[in-house]
Design a protein around this ligand. Structure first.
Ligand code: PMV
Length: 324
């Protein structure tokens, strides 16, 4: 048996439905062609070892029997808890050595933690001959996300595993591929790292204080998601753009937009985007715009002039895969 494998998994961008998806609503997410990689090796020294230079972890090691216990450095949390969850379910006497690498900065909000969790679990499943299917891997990876950050829909885990563009309901209750070839997206990074956990908590507090108002917003977002799913398949990007604008209004009402996001969004629209919105938790990270081909360059320049960084990605990327 081959005792080491490398698995890669794509990053993601939320296209419609963030926040609402945490409260049992559907969202639309696309996998992007910037990938996370993990080389995983079974060793005979009974040690868990991690090198993850993109999150400043180098030469981190602890006995395998202590994995997941006590203090864990921030950058090691997802991988270490993923390993713990795997060996709790599928005990093994080996040591495990993980080395991760990323095509993209963990600052962008492309879901590097979830993608590395997926890479490690898929690699362990291969190495131990368990050959778990995507749903089994999803459940282990989603448990890992909940163990580490307490809350989340799991949309990022699904995108990393399945790839493509997905219609996704919280916790993986529904994971359905949306059959399309492309989404004409332009992506602008605000330069500000979003704090997803804090934003989810703030939105949760609003939900407690004004449940009816927030529920109404979420129900309206559901309608947008359902409509966008159909219009994206039809390639009616003008309509999808309008739906993005509506989604952004609701996100603003939820209080998760920011001045920088608004400035990049209005610049993109001023330069001819069909629509634009924030993507993900809000507060920072990236905005996305839908761009007619002949306006793409102008939209990119407008985002840069407004102080954003254009990130070139292809959406609808392939899910987790073994690398030879
Ligand atoms: O911060 P991001 O890009 O991982 O997006 C978070 C999206 C939320 O809906 C707010 C949370 C979730 O887990 O779905």
């Amino acid at each position: 048996m081959n005792m080491n494998v490398t698995v890669s998994a794509p990053g993601k961008l939320m296209v419609f439905g963030e926040h609402a998806v945490v409260y049992n609503r559907p969202c639309l997410v696309t996998a992007v062609d910037q990938r996370m990689r993990a080389r995983v090796e079974l060793t005979d020294d009974k040690v868990f070892f991690l090198d993850a230079p993109e999150v400043k972890i180098s030469g981190y090691a602890r006995p395998i029997r202590e994995v997941g216990m006590g203090e864990i450095p921030k950058g090691a949390k997802f991988v270490e808890i993923a390993v713990k969850n795997f060996i709790e379910n599928y005990p093994s006497s080996s040591g495990i050595k993980v080395t991760t690498a990323s095509d993209f900065s963990s600052q962008f909000g492309f879901g590097s933690s979830s993608a590395s969790t997926v890479c490690v679990l898929r690699a362990l499943s291969e190495l131990t001959g368990k050959k778990l299917d995507n749903k089994q891997l999803f459940d282990l990876a989603y448990k890992t996300v909940l163990d580490v950050q307490g809350k989340g829909s799991g949309f990022d885990v699904a995108a990393a595993l399945y790839g493509g563009t997905l219609y996704f309901v919280a916790g993986g209750k529904t994971i359905t591929p949306v059959k399309l070839r492309d989404i004409p997206l332009v992506v602008g990074y605000t330069g500000v790292k979003a704090d997803t956990v804090t934003l989810m908590r703030e939105v949760g507090e609003k939900m407690k204080a004004q449940p009816e108002r927030i529920d109404r917003i979420y129900d309206a977002i559901v309608k947008l998601v359902e409509d966008a799913r159909i219009k994206m398949i039809e390639g009616d990007w003008e309509r999808v753009g309008k739906l993005m604008d509506f989604n952004q209004e609701y996100l603003r009402d939820l209080g998760v937009s920011s001045e920088k996001l608004e400035s990049l969004i209005s610049s993109a629209k001023g330069a001819g985007a069909w629509g634009a919105k924030l993507s993900g938790a809000g507060g920072g990270d990236c905005m996305i715009a839908l761009a007619p081909e002949d306006k793409k360059k102008a939209i990119e320049s407008a985002i840069e002039i407004a102080g954003g960084q254009v990130i070139h990605i292809l959406p609808h990327a392939q899910g987790a895969r073994l690398e030879l």
